[in-house]
Design a protein around this ligand. Structure first.
Ligand code: KIV
Ligand code: ZN
Length: 391
């Protein structure tokens, strides 16, 4: 049984953290197209950009704010008041708007990057949240490098920013350093120690440097966070951010272990993945979970045989759930007779036993020489078989 507190907010940052990675720059029109798809897909919050970063970013955030119908439109800003003002201006046209302000809180970042004392960081955070509240009552504060931040200081900051009006508190794993158990514990500790913690929604934001971004995000939710920051195809700084499609399908598929609700139309995930890959020119790895081209493809004879009897043998979700027409049985040297016969049937061929056996052998010979056996290859084999008809 789920309650309203089990609703997880999906915060997409493809257009901000995703675009921030080398080579992923999108044009103005491409950003509008991605934002429209995220809006239609049911993403709760679209982080549209970093308005102070450039005039281009400001304009795209502003246009996304004008056009978005359902999602909250969010802009990022540092704690500098000029950043907040620029961000507030950019999101002004939105039906629902959020300002997301961030500052580093770890000892290393405060000294090496900001050259600020903890007290200065605390003061800047309070001032930024207070200023942001002049533009919207939906304000998020992030403790950059949160997972390497000293816990007492983190709790002080969280308490103070909530008092100043922050409605969402994000504790990012900026450098992808944490582990699931540790990250879950961090949220449990902060929520237990900060007296006004129930006044804000806690948020996870995980990078994938050790390949744990999705696992860490879900662990943070188990620790009480109710917002997940993620990107389509997991694009983002360095090894990327937690992949939206993986988070969403993990929650959908394992509702027994992850009993949370979301507002995402999962049948749009494949389309979103293809669009983001096309506009960034970032290929999606073949074996990428959910949206990789092999995610619902089977070549081994044993697996194909099982799939033909009952798809649940080797698939834990239906391809239709992510917007794919069907699974594919790929012909190759590992394929079996059953799958080959089925493939021929789907292509409109029905061969007798001897011809089938012969065609199957030829397909295997070809697969040994060639990496992929395409439908055209199968057509050629069958046509030849028909010409030299045995039965
Ligand atoms: O990774 C990070 O810490 C960020 C913040 C700006 C939220 O992207
Ligand atoms: Zn980030």
């Amino acid at each position: 049984m789920t309650s309203s507190t089990d609703r997880v907010v999906i915060f997409d940052t493809t257009l901000r953290d995703g675009e921030q990675c080398p080579g992923a720059t999108m044009t103005f029109e491409e950003k509008l197209e991605v934002a429209a798809l995220l809006d239609a897909m049911g993403v709760d919050i679209i982080e549209a950009g970093f308005p102070i970063a450039s005039d281009g970013d400001f304009e795209s955030v502003q246009e996304i704010a004008r056009r978005t119908k359902n999602s909250v439109v969010c802009g990022l800003s540092r704690t500098a008041l000029a950043d907040i003002d620029r961000c507030g201006e950019a999101i002004r046209p939105a039906r629902a708007k959020r300002i997301h302000t961030f500052i580093s809180t770890s000892p290393l970042h405060m000294s090496a990057k900001l050259n600020m004392t903890p007290e200065e960081v605390l003061e800047a955070s309070i001032a930024a949240v207070t200023r942001a509240r002049q533009y919207t009552d939906d304000v998020e504060w992030s403790s950059e490098d949160g997972t390497r931040t000293e816990i007492d200081f983190l709790c002080r900051c969280v308490e103070a920013v909530i008092k100043a009006g922050a409605t969402t508190v994000n504790i990012p794993d900026t450098v992808g350093y944490t582990t699931p158990q540790e990250y879950r514990g961090l949220f449990e500790t902060v929520r237990a120690r900060v007296p006004n913690s129930d006044k804000a929604v806690f948020s996870v934001h995980c990078h994938n440097d050790l390949g744990m971004a999705v696992a860490n995000s879900l662990a943070g939710v188990q620790g009480g966070a109710r917002q997940i920051e993620c990107t389509i195809n997991g694009i983002g700084e360095r090894a990327g951010n937690a992949a939206l499609e993986e988070i969403v399908m993990a929650i959908r598929t394992r509702a027994d272990a992850l009993p949370y609700t979301m507002g995402i139309d999962t049948t749009m995930l494949t389309r979103a993945s293809k669009l983001v890959s096309a506009v960034t020119s970032f290929p999606v790895q073949y074996n990428k979970a959910i949206v990789g081209r092999n995610a619902f493809a089977h070549e081994s004879g044993i697996h194909q045989h099982g799939m033909l009897k009952n798809p649940a043998t080797y698939e834990i979700m239906l391809p239709e759930m992510v917007g794919l027409n069907k699974s594919s049985l790929v012909m190759g040297k590992h394929s079996g007779r059953h799958a080959f016969k089925d493939k021929l049937k789907a292509m409109g061929y029905e061969l007798g036993d001897n011809a089938l056996e012969d065609a199957f052998r030829r397909m295997k010979d070809l697969a040994d020489r060639k990496k992929h056996v395409y439908d055209e290859d199968i057509e050629a084999i069958v046509d030849e078989e028909i010409l030299t008809a045995h039965d």
